[in-house]
Design a binder for this molecule. Structure first.
Ligand code: AMP
Ligand code: AMP
Length: 360
């Protein structure tokens, strides 16, 4: 039903004046710069406090102010976006601050994404099913804290950038640490009821970025990043004896991203994984993934690749490629990155009158 309504809206759009819109956060600069390079207009839904970003970089043609991102659902704001012929690009702040359910049912603005898959992305059980369908290696999970055996990571729902995650080694350490994390305000009682317990894989953390192009009928590999996290990435700088004295426990709050290139012999598998994830997505919800997606992987010392999450939209890790990235350079030469790749796909769809195929 939603798709028919979106098609009706698209019919009224002036295709010579399409705007690319997104929430002002996460990867908005990446997306806006890409749109500008492809001569599309941009519209930023922005919180007043964050205006400085879009002022200094001059990348938003239109700014719509909100006091919180939830207001994207307000009818007046949606109407304004439709007047501007906006195609929305969802990123991490969409599912973090507006629910996937509301995006499915209340956001009547064309979106460059398969919304059903956004719903799959925020549900860990569904994610797991999807990754298993694609034949990827997944870490073991435990249903009950009492089953914990060996190093285990404790996670909570939604894209919170690893905030509140902690490590345990046994049922006993789980209950002790959960208590402590609550005392320190890192998590609530409700969080504890929705914990996800996963075998902790020791290895190199690698986040490959892909782009599924409907226009070119291909799955492209655009780049790789790893995360820079507070406090876990600083722990190696503190000797173990001092760590014990201050009872240091790692947290995984994301502060930024670091670009990486992969050992070339890892590429065959990384490329096949992207293809298989798209094939599985087509079975879950046709036409499958539209545009960007990312796998979160850990690669062990015997080069086994474990995938523990999928993002069915642009990830902020692609910001490391703004301007260019090594793998994009191989295919496109200079000046290509995720935000621009998105805009180019939309532009091609406009030119060939196929916008209905990529906007939902
Ligand atoms: P924010 O608008 O910065 O709060 O980001 C929205 C969500 O996306 C947060 O819950 C973060 O977990 C995630 N996120 C933001 N920036 C990054 C980043 N650079 N790398 C990975 N995840 C991010
Ligand atoms: P997430 O929010 O799931 O992307 O993960 C936050 C942090 O925990 C990142 O540094 C991940 O690389 C790490 N992480 C998540 N799951 C695992 C796992 N099963 N094994 C090892 N590290 C993990």
């Amino acid at each position: 039903m939603m798709k028919e309504e979106i098609n009706e809206i698209l019919k009224k759009y002036d295709r010579k004046k399409i705007s690319i819109g997104t929430l002002g956060s996460h990867s908005a600069l990446n997306i806006f710069k890409g749109a500008k390079e492809e001569n599309l207009r941009t519209v930023c839904i922005c919180k007043k406090d964050d205006e400085i970003v879009y002022k200094k970089f001059q990348l938003a043609d239109e700014v719509i102010f909100v006091s919180q991102f939830q207001e994207l659902l307000d009818e007046a704001i949606q109407e304004k976006l439709r007047e501007l012929n906006t195609i929305l690009i969802p990123h991490g702040s969409f599912t973090a601050y507006i629910s996937a359910e509301e995006i499915m049912s209340r956001l009547l603005v064309p979106m460059f994404a398969n919304r059903e898959l956004l719903r799959w992305e925020v549900d860990r059980e569904k994610q797991r099913k999807w990754l298993e369908m694609a034949g990827l290696n997944l870490p073991k999970t435990y249903k009950d804290p009492k089953e914990i055996e060996g190093l285990t990571i404790v996670k909570f729902p939604g894209a919170r950038g690893g905030r509140g995650y902690f490590l345990v080694t046994s049922p006993k350490s789980f209950f002790e640490k959960a208590e402590d994390m609550m005392k320190r305000g890192h998590l609530t009682k409700e969080d504890l009821e929705s914990v996800h317990l996963q075998e902790y894989i020791i290895g190199g953390h690698v986040y490959p970025h892909y782009f599924r192009s409907i226009m070119e009928n291909d799955v492209e590999f655009l780049g790789v990043d790893k995360r820079y996290e507070s406090t876990v990435d600083d722990i190696g700088r503190i000797p173990a004896s001092e760590q014990l004295q201050i009872d240091l426990r790692p947290t995984y709050t994301i502060v930024g991203n670091i670009p990486i290139t992969l050992r070339e012999s890892l590429l065959p598998e990384i490329l096949r994984m992207g293809d298989r994830v798209v094939e599985a997505s087509m079975k879950i919800s046709y036409p499958g993934i539209i545009g960007p997606f990312c796998l979160e992987t850990v690669i062990t010392d015997n080069l086994k690749i474990y995938t523990f999450e999928i993002s069915a939209r642009i990830v902020a890790g692609t910001n490391v490629g703004i301007g260019t990235s090594p793998y994009l350079y191989l295919k496109y030469g200079e000046r290509m990155w995720m935000g621009r790749r998105i805009a180019r796909e939309i532009k091609k769809a406009i030119q060939t009158d196929r916008l209905e195929e990529i906007v939902y």
